[in-house]
Design a protein around this ligand. Sequence first.
Ligand SMILES: C[S@@+](CC[C@H](N)C(=O)[O-])C[C@H]1O[C@@H](n2cnc3c(N)ncnc32)[C@H](O)[C@@H]1O
Length: 228
Amino acid sequence: MLEKRKKFWEESYSRNENAIVFPKEEVVKFISRFVRAKQPDGSFIDKIDLSPNMTALDFGCGMGTQTMLLTKFGLNATGVDLSETAINKARQLYPELKNAFLTLNESEILPFVNGYFDIAIAESVLDSMSFELAKINLKEIARVTTGPIFVSLISSKCNHRGAYLAKDETVLSQHEQGTIQSYYDMYKIESLLTHCQLKIQWYSLNQEFFNNENDIENARYYLVLNKR
Ligand SMILES: C[S@@+](CC[C@H](N)C(=O)[O-])C[C@H]1O[C@@H](n2cnc3c(N)ncnc32)[C@H](O)[C@@H]1O
């Protein structure tokens, strides 16, 4: 079994890190463009064929804010995370969804049957673990999902210390200390997707600059994936 660094995630959430209580713009865009768009009168226009249950998986849901966002689009969302501390916080923050959150055990198998979900998201999750584990987890997400999968991955352009290398590093700073940050370039993304039998339907690389073009503050890939 691959190391999951659960202990470090529990410590991180105990320090109140990743207390994300706002919907992420890129997740809103994904749902609106690729799943179902909300109309001014409150109705929806579906972009794909959804099953009658309209199910969505939020893999690595943390404190559950994106899980809640999925429900705002009328989807029956399930949020799963390795960290029990995060899941407890999600249940406190969104008591109406308390049965929708699940702590994962150390197994690499997701506790859902094939194709249980219509869509899935993994927002800032697959880059928060080793590349080897990301390959296993994404393959599992693909097994339990029939439709599009949204994934966001940190770009190697943020890895200043590693001279922009797309490699796995243990986080040394206090924020998320002891967890793994896995940096991605297009070559590494292709390798991840080939392993999981997935292809890119759409992607963007968002770069934020601090002072000038040579000083990248943040860079992230946002991808919508489908079965090959
Ligand atoms: C940077 S946080 C992102 C949380 C959330 N998706 C968000 O956008 O707010 C990364 C999350 O991945 C979870 N995680 C790390 N390794 C995991 C694994 N092997 N299985 C499931 N969740 C994992 C962590 O517990 C943490 O909640």
